[in-house]
Design a protein around this ligand. Structure first.
Ligand SMILES: *[C@@H]1O[C@H](CO)[C@@H](O)[C@H](O)[C@H]1NC(C)=O
Ligand SMILES: *[C@@H]1O[C@H](CO)[C@@H](O)[C@H](O)[C@H]1NC(C)=O
Ligand SMILES: *[C@@H]1O[C@H](CO)[C@@H](O)[C@H](O)[C@H]1NC(C)=O
Ligand SMILES: *[C@@H]1O[C@H](CO)[C@@H](O)[C@H](O)[C@H]1NC(C)=O
Ligand SMILES: *[C@@H]1O[C@H](CO)[C@@H](O)[C@H](O)[C@H]1NC(C)=O
Ligand SMILES: CC(=O)N[C@H]1CO[C@H](CO)[C@@H](O)[C@@H]1O
Length: 241
């Protein structure tokens, strides 16, 4: 009798353990829509025939995408909060990213797509989703104009952005007034962008929270201060001033 009871208890424990394992797997995985989004992003970054991000594996459903290379999730919500994908495009040709691929990542706070031959971002309406984005790194790509960012709409919608790194692209002076809508920006990095001639501080007067503006390695000849904006913000080394 006692033995039977013991057995029953044991099988009960087995059941409990199995159920706990199942629940844990279900809860600790990443969100399905974000996993699918990551696989689409992998296809896009590898197009037409790259081979990067091998750990982002479609076949192995047991692997939690929160553990994939370059992906960081919130440990409570399991939502993707950071994507660190600098230098991941190992294939020839410019990368043209359709912004709608980023839509599933509603809690994304930091996105690094530096050094990926990114030539343009298309599909501007669809960029509205990234409301939580605070840091965007697009350094060292092939972006050569505002139009390559689908007008500036694509950036100006990112109103919570605090850090924007567009260094080492070829943007030119035309982009400056358009950045003015990003009123929460604290750090704006614009080195190596073929800015030339005179820059008017007025062009930055919407950036009330700016702490640092790096305009190094351009061909700026003069900076015209207006509105009492403090010039100490500017890091203008290696210009012709
Ligand atoms: C990759 O794709 C390009 C363009 O489609 C092609 O020219 C090249 O040969 C391909 N390379 C490999 C290794 O398949
Ligand atoms: C994770 O998400 C919870 C709930 O939204 C939030 O309170 C917490 O601050 C987040 N943690 C991190 C590290 O973002
Ligand atoms: C971006 O992707 C969406 C969804 O797949 C598609 O409807 C849209 O036409 C694409 N936009 C561009 C400019 O390719
Ligand atoms: C600035 O660069 C643009 C584009 O490269 C060029 O057309 C323009 O003449 C340059 N302006 C000055 C003042 O050098
Ligand atoms: C400004 O940016 C350039 C290029 O990225 C970098 O080398 C330099 O250290 C930066 N300057 C400051 C003062 O942060
Ligand atoms: C939140 C926000 O500002 N959304 C705007 C993003 O851009 C589109 C089109 O450019 C606007 O229609 C939205 O109002």
């Amino acid at each position: 009798m006692e033995y039977l009871q013991h057995l029953r208890m044991r099988s009960l424990w087995v059941v409990v353990v199995v159920v706990m394992l199942a629940v844990e797997n279900g809860c600790n995985g990443c969100l399905e829509k974000e996993r699918i989004g990551l696989l689409q992003l992998k296809d896009s970054i590898n197009f037409p025939n790259g081979t990067s991000l091998p750990s982002w594996d479609q076949e192995d459903d047991g692997i939690d995408c929160c553990h994939w290379e370059g992906v960081e999730c919130n440990s409570t919500t399991r939502q993707v909060i950071k994507l660190e994908l600098a230098g991941k495009r190992y294939t020839d040709g410019e990368w043209h990213l359709n912004a709608s691929i980023l839509l599933p990542f509603e809690s994304l706070r930091s996105l690094d797509l530096s050094k990926n031959g990114l030539g343009s971002i298309v599909g501007n309406e669809e960029f509205n989703g990234l409301n939580n984005l605070k840091e965007l790194y697009l350094r060292g790509n092939a972006i050569f104009s505002i139009s390559a960012l689908n007008g500036i709409e694509i950036l100006s919608n990112l109103t919570n952005l605090e850090k924007l790194d567009l260094s080492e692209n070829n943007l030119g002076n035309g982009i400056l007034p358009s950045l003015n809508k990003l009123s929460n920006l604290k750090f704006l990095l614009l080195a190596w962008n073929n800015f030339n001639g005179s820059i008017y501080v007025k062009e930055f007067d919407g950036l009330n929270n700016l702490k640092e503006l790096n305009l190094s390695y351009n061909e700026i000849v003069s900076i015209n201060a207006l509105n009492g904006m403090e010039l100490k913000l500017f890091k203008c080394l290696h210009n012709e001033i």
